[in-house]
Design a protein around this ligand. Sequence first.
Ligand code: HGY
Ligand code: MN
Ligand code: MN
Length: 398
Amino acid sequence: MTASGFLEEIGDVGRDAKRGGYSRHAFDSPEQDLRAWFGERALGLGLDVDTDHNGNIWAWWGPPGPDAVVTGSHLDSVPGGGAFDGPLGVVSALAAVERLRDKGSRPGKPLAVVVFAEEEGGRFGVPCLGSRLLTGTIDADRARGLRDADGVTFAEAAGNSGFNPALIGPDPERLGLIGKFLELHVEQGRGLIDLGAPVAVGSTVIAHGRWRFSFEGQGNHAGATLIDDRADPMLPAAATVTAVRRLARAVPDARATVGRLVPTPGGTNVIASTVDLWLDARVPGTVTPALVEDIKQAAEAAAKEEGCRVTVTRESYSDDVVFDDALRRDLADRLGTPPELPTGAGHDAAILAGFVPAGMLYVRNPTGISHSPEEFAEPGDVEAGATALTDVLGHLAR
Ligand code: HGY
Ligand code: MN
Ligand code: MN
């Protein structure tokens, strides 16, 4: 089966009729369907499939063992996400294994395809949750207590999906098996379009984090409350959204976004009692915290002016990551020195890079758009990516 063929097989799973694109979130039914599909396809390729206590799925070619070459990505999406972000790395890995098997290759090292849980943080709010748990870069109790929009905890959702929540946490034994990790991913920008190449090697991932701003005011009647008698949290929230753009524009190469803003109770004729908004801020280097501090001060000033209060909570943060130099050179040598690209998008490979030699391959996205139904990769480039991955995996696992 080609990588495009595998993608087609899951093309209708988790379609979001309201938003367009796909909504596939940790342990919800579309993602469960994708987990089952992956298990079936991996078994069909003769791989041994097991799921770790954090919900990450591992498909092994040969017995799990040290110095394993591991590849893979994620199957969950952002709300209304594209078809390629995550799944492209998984289907390309399956296609690569099939091609290696078909040509009679027998890896000299253990080789595994992994599907990480909750990479987008689309349900429980922390990105790369599965790889952070594997590596112990998030406190297990904090992870267990993370809640989705309906108040369901990660522990409850995991428990309802057959996992033992008490076991959620670092997995040094499994992490210790990984000799190298390589993630193929659709490019989430225009780098390859402008360079006219189908595949690139990843170089760096910029620092990025998420902060929750909770504004509290006085809920009240929209018609019976005079303007001067209000403490409306929507005002400082709106001022913060515009401050984010103003302050980020003043910082070179900064990206700062408010994509999610939730008033409570959310009635048309109701002055909100609280408004929560989430800031996604990313700047190369060590500047992100300073930018967020400036945004926080603007939020506090706006809250004070409206007689409201604001609480700011950091929900996740990752420093800049530079992928393993030797692996990058090896990838470049094997692939005829394709372009090298930095990215502003976070990935499980960037979490693993703190523990094992990790690298990435990107496949051209002709729209340059991601986290949107417009994300795309041409079938020819999808196959170019699978061919590159096949070659590199065969080389690394020889
Ligand atoms: O948000 C990100 O950068 C990634 O898509 N999780
Ligand atoms: Mn993504
Ligand atoms: Mn992704």
